[in-house]
Design a protein around this ligand. Structure first.
Ligand SMILES: Cc1ncc(C[n+]2csc(CCOP(=O)(O)OP(=O)(O)O)c2C)c(N)n1
Ligand SMILES: [Mg+2]
Length: 357
């Protein structure tokens, strides 16, 4: 006897194409032009922040930075789909989430100056700090989701992992646990086609990354990650399912238009033609085309917004640069108690008036 015991397939969703045309059969009725305008403005804020950070790094005013250029729709669409009660657990590239979820801009620049004080979030902020070890955030996200379920909060967790991150054990172990324990988790795979210099095709022979969900007993879906409306709808639906303890894996197909980090030079490993093709699919251009066609956007509104954001960001930078950390803080928050050797170091440093240098 032989019978089929499992069938799986992955759908791909796009709602707004590169020309700004909407597929009305998929467009949710409650997505208003006002909301689309807000999505555009948020993506523009993320892009303006990104450009400023890159420029500051080149001037030696902040540490290494991982640009998000090209990935605005994935981050803003998913961030805006979250309910106030939901949490996000990022890796190291989702700066846009912090921007729209209420971490003051100066905090972001304080972190980027290398001071942990920037990670001190306002009361009620529902985002985790940056996770640099690739994939390590996934078990954290699943654990948080498990706790939220255990406490019957009704909240969900939206977490992010890169295409490269899906090759890590942490990813497989995490989503496997999510499936077994049916936790309220939306796992976003932010597939930007590259893991530093390693292309997506070298991560796995699988046709999609979304289908990795099947091995964990989860549902998987692929979405045009450069289409902010499709991302918004897909993640909102996924959150609703996750909140009913049906964890979801969503692959957002996007592209890193810029550098992996400021220590990287992509010209060494990828062709300008490839980048050019993805520039055509720029997540902001299509929304601007849509809004312009509708008479909701023009040169003047674009300029006004740019001026407004420049001021907002420059003020954040000025506050961050005026920030003086307490050097003592480097001895805190590492151990639950102060080991004798560390205490000795702190005393020596204080006695030598090291702080005033
Ligand atoms: C465990 C671990 N291995 C290697 C690295 C070095 N590293 C930093 S980012 C990165 C690539 C990550 O690629 P991906 O998951 O696709 O995310 P992306 O950077 O493209 O957003 C690597 C290998 C690391 N930080 N952690
Ligand atoms: Mg990647």
């Amino acid at each position: 006897m032989q019978k089929r015991v499992f069938d799986g397939s992955i759908d791909y969703i796009q709602i707004m194409d590169e020309e700004g045309n909407i597929d009305s059969s998929l467009m949710p009725k409650d997505i208003s032009d006002e909301l689309i305008l807000k999505m555009y403005r948020n993506m523009a804020l993320a892009r303006a922040f990104d450009a400023k950070a890159l420029s500051l790094q080149r001037q030696g005013r902040i540490v290494t930075y991982a640009p998000l250029l090209g990935q605005e729709a994935t981050q803003i669409g998913s961030g805006m789909a979250m309910r106030d009660s939901d949490f996000f657990v990022p890796n190291f590239r989702q700066h846009a989430l912090y921007l729209i979820k209420g971490l003051p801009i100066e905090n972001m620049f304080i972190s980027l100056r290398g001071f942990e004080d920037g990670a001190k979030a306002p009361q009620g902020f529902r985002g985790f700090p940056v996770a640099v070890p690739v994939g390590s955030q996934v078990p954290h996200a699943v654990g948080l989701a498990y706790a939220l379920k255990y406490k019957k909060t009704g909240s969900a967790v939206v977490s992010y992992v890169g295409d490269g991150g899906t090759s890590e054990g942490d990813f497989s172990e995490g989503i496997n646990f999510a499936g077994v324990w049916k936790v309220p988790l939306v796992m976003i795979i932010e597939n930007n086609q590259w893991a530093i210099s390693i292309p997506r095709k070298n991560q796995t022979a699988a046709v999609t990354l979304a289908q990795k969900a099947f091995a964990a007993g989860l549902e998987g879906l692929q979405v045009d990650g450069n289409d902010v409306i499709a991302v918004y709808k897909t993640i909102r639906d996924a959150i609703n399912l996750a909140a009913q303890n049906e964890p979801q894996v969503i692959e957002c197909v996007t592209y890193r238009l810029g550098l992996h980090t400021t220590s990287d030079d992509p010209n060494k490993y990828r062709s300008p033609e490839e980048t050019k093709e993805w520039e055509r699919r720029d997540p902001m251009v299509r929304v601007r085309k849509y809004l312009t066609k509708k008479g909701l956007w023009n040169e003047e509104t674009e300029q006004k917004m740019a001026d407004e954001y420049r001021e907002l960001i420059d003020t954040g930078v000025a506050k961050a640069e005026a920030f003086k950390p307490d050097p003592k803080s480097m001895f805190e928050h590492i151990y639950s108690f102060m080991p004798e050797t560390l205490k000795q170091e702190e005393d020596d440093a204080a006695a030598s008036n090291y702080w005033q240098q």
